[in-house]
Design a protein around this ligand. Structure first.
Ligand code: HEM
Length: 422
C-alpha cells in the first residue's frame, strides 16, 4: 500500500489515495495486514482501480454506509459500468437478484417475506435436518479414517440442508454445492473454474424448473411458500420467485461451507482451542461468533453513492463507488480489543460478518444452526482429525469470498451411525 497526497478529484483534505486492489494476489495473501495499514492511516481511502472506488475500513464507516440504502444503493445503475452494483468491478449475474439488488421501500416487502421463512424459530426447526445430513456425510467417510473436510463435509452438508428446505431433490444437492465451491475456490484459468462457470446456467434453470413445478404442484417446502406468496398485497410473479430462489441458493451454500472450513482449519492449527471446545461444548455459541469475526466468509460488499454525502469526515459524491470491507471492520481496534487474536469466548462480539442495515444477511439464523451442528458432530466423532498442512489450499481470491478450497485430513476411524450408503 502506497500513500499519496489527498485525492485531487475531490480535493478532500485528509483523505489519502492508496494503491489498493481487493482482487490482487497480495490481498488474498495478506488482506488483514494491508487493511490494518489503510485503516490506521486513512479509514476512508480512495483507490483508482476499476475506475476508482472508496474503501471503507472501520466499523463506524461500515454502519454509516450500510444503514442508508437510499444514499448507498445496492441497485443497478450505470455508475461504474453495468451489472451488479454490489461488486467492484461490476459483472452481470444474468438476472436481477432479489432482494439483494433492491433498495428502500421496494426492498422491504421481499426482505420481510424471506426473513419470515428464515426466522430464528424456522431455522431452529431445521436443526434435525442439519443433524441428519451432518451425520450422513460423516458416515460416508468415518470408517476410512480419511477425508477431504471441504468436499466430503463442509461443502455438501449446508447444501443438502438449504436445498432440502427449498424442496430440491437430492440429485441436485452435490452438483450445486460443488459448483458454487469450485467457482469460489479455483482461479479463473483452471479447468475446475471453467466447469463451475459452465454449470451455472444449469443451476439457474433448475431454480426456474423448481418454481414452475411448485406453482403447478404446491408442496410443503420453502420454494412453494415463496412462489405462492404475496408481496405488498400483489401475488408473487414467477420471475421474482425464480430470482429469490436463485439468490438463496447462491447466498446460502458456500458461505456456511466457508465458515465450517475456516473453523476446522483453525482448530487443527490451535489444538488448545479444540480441546476447550471438546471439554466445554457450551462455549460453541461464543466461539461461533468469533469464527465469524475472524474468518468472515463474505469479505466485502459494494454500494453506489446516490447523493453527495459524508462518511467519517470524507466527502463522497453522487456516482462514487464504495467498497465496505467486512474483514477490516471486524478488525477495527475501536470496536474489538485485541482484534487480531482469536478469543474463543469473546463477548460482546458485534462483528459485521452478516453485514448490517436493511441488507443484513437473512440466512444468519440458519447458518448458525447448521454451523453449530456440523462443528458439534466433527468434534464428537473425529475429535483427533489432522489436516495435511502441505495440501490445504486457500481460495485464490478474497475479493468477494474467502475460505479453503480443499482440506485433506486423517483421523482415527470410527463407526457409522446410520446404515444407508450413497
Ligand atoms: C456463514 C454464512 C453466511 C454469511 C457469512 C453471510 C453473509 C452475508 C452478508 C455479508 C450479506 C450482506 C451483503 C450486503 O449487504 O451486500 C448477506 C446477505 C444475504 N444472505 Fe447471507 N450469509 C451467510 C449465509 C446465508 C444463508 C444460509 C442464506 C440463506 C439460506 C443467506 C441468505 C442471504 C440473503 C437472501 C441475503 C440478501 C439480504 C438482502 O439483501 O436483503 N445467507 N449474507
Amino acid at each position: 500500500v502506497t500513500g499519496s497526497e489527498p485525492r485531487s478529484r475531490a480535493g478532500d483534505k485528509g483523505t489519502l489515495e492508496v494503491d489498493f486492489d481487493h482482487h490482487s494476489p497480495a490481498f488474498a495473501e495478506g488482506a488483514e495486514a494491508l487493511l490494518a495499514e489503510i485503516r490506521h492511516r486513512c479509514p476512508v481511502a480512495w483507490t483508482s482501480r476499476y475506475g476508482g472506488y472508496w474503501l471503507v475500513t472501520t466499523s463506524a464507516g461500515a454502519h454509516l454506509v450500510m444503514r442508508d440504502d437510499l444514499v448507498f444503493s445496492s441497485g443497478r445503475n450505470s455508475y461504474g459500468g453495468d451489472g451488479l452494483g454490489k461488486a467492484i468491478p461490476k459483472f452481470d449475474p444474468g438476472i436481477l437478484m432479489i432482494p439483494g439488488e433492491l433498495d428502500g421501500p421496494v426492498h422491504r416487502p421481499y426482505m420481510k417475506l424471506i426473513a419470515q421463512l428464515l426466522s430464528p424459530s424456522r431455522a431452529e426447526a431445521l436443526q434435525p435436518v442439519a443433524r441428519k445430513w451432518a451425520t450422513h456425510f460423516l458416515d460416508q467417510v468415518i470408517e476410512t479414517g480419511a477425508c477431504d473436510l471441504m468436499y466430503d463435509y463442509a461443502v455438501p452438508v449446508p447444501g443438502a440442508v438449504a436445498l432440502e428446505w427449498l424442496g430440491f431433490p437430492p440429485d441436485d444437492w452435490r452438483p450445486m454445492a460443488q459448483t458454487l465451491h469450485d467457482f469460489a475456490g479455483y482461479a479463473a484459468d483452471t479447468p475446475q473454474f471453467a466447469s463451475a462457470l459452465a454449470a451455472f446456467p444449469r443451476i439457474f434453470s433448475r431454480c426456474q424448473e423448481q418454481v414452475e413445478d411448485r406453482i403447478r404442484h404446491p408442496q410443503e417446502d420453502a420454494t412453494t411458500e415463496i412462489a405462492t406468496s404475496q408481496v405488498a398485497g400483489i401475488p408473487m410473479s414467477e420471475q421474482d420467485a425464480v430470482s429469490i430462489v436463485f439468490t438463496l441458493v447462491l447466498a446460502g451454500l458456500d458461505t456456511t461451507s466457508s465458515l465450517v472450513g475456516s473453523a476446522l482449519v483453525h482448530l487443527h492449527r490451535h489444538t488448545e482451542d479444540r480441546r476447550r471446545l471438546i471439554e466445554d461444548p457450551d462455549l460453541l455459541d461464543l466461539a461461533t461468533e468469533e469464527f465469524l469475526r475472524l474468518y468472515p466468509p463474505a469479505t466485502n460488499s459494494a454500494r453506489t453513492v446516490m447523493a453527495d454525502t459524508d462518511v467519517c469526515g470524507v466527502q463522497l459524491h453522487k456516482g462514487d463507488r464504495v467498497l465496505v470491507s467486512w474483514v477490516s471492520a471486524n478488525h477495527d481496534e475501536d470496536t474489538f480489543s485485541d482484534a487480531n487474536r482469536f478469543v474463543l469466548d469473546r463477548f460482546p462480539n458485534p462483528h459485521h460478518s452478516f453485514g448490517l442495515g436493511p441488507h443484513r444477511c437473512l440466512g444468519s439464523h440458519l447458518a448458525r444452526v447448521v454451523f453449530k451442528e456440523m462443528l458439534t458432530q466433527a468434534l464428537a466423532r473425529i475429535p483427533d482429525y489432522v489436516i495435511a498442512d502441505e495440501q490445504v489450499v486457500a481460495y485464490p481470491s478474497r475479493a468477494i469470498a474467502t475460505g479453503w478450497t480443499t482440506a485433506p485430513a486423517t483421523f482415527t476411524p470410527g463407526s457409522r451411525l446410520t446404515t444407508a450408503k450413497t
